[in-house]
Design a protein around this ligand. Structure first.
Ligand code: HEC
Length: 99
């Protein structure tokens, strides 16, 4: 899959083992593959209308308020929604806060 980004290094967003450990506490059995899938969906679906927000820009609570609206905006099905939520919520904890 070819990925192009208008801003920020893709490396900054990529899920790590630390993310898998973190996500597993919340959603038992979360795999690296699921987080990677959430990451590519995030890049594919979430940067078209506005810049790709950094997961660390918002807390989990804020993400859970924002995401239902963006599910509609990005026309996500529930599987895609679930994967993106896992990805952003996990990264909101593990990523360094933005400058
Ligand atoms: C069809 C256009 C569109 C797509 C696709 C889209 N958004 Fe948005 N997004 C908007 C608009 C319009 C706003 C500003 C209005 C609002 O806050 O509801 C916004 C605002 C936001 C905000 C800021 C909210 C706040 O309160 O500060 C975040 C974060 C966000 N989007 C994340 C996402 C994510 C994650 C995805 C992918 C699932 C996504 N967006 C896909 C149109 C889009």
């Amino acid at each position: 899959v070819a990925i192009s980004l208008a801003c920020c290094s893709p490396l900054l967003f990529r899920p790590t083992q630390q993310d898998v450990d973190m996500a597993s506490k919340k959603w038992a059995g979360t795999t690296q593959e699921q987080l990677d899938h959430g990451y590519s969906l995030y890049i594919a679906k979430c940067g078209g209308c506005h810049y790709l927000h950094k997961p660390a820009e918002y807390t989990e609570e804020r993400w859970m308020k924002i995401m239902p609206d963006m599910k509609t905006e990005a026309k996500l099905d529930s599987a895609q929604y679930d994967l993106i939520v896992r990805y952003v919520v996990t990264k909101s904890y593990t990523m360094a806060t933005p400058n």
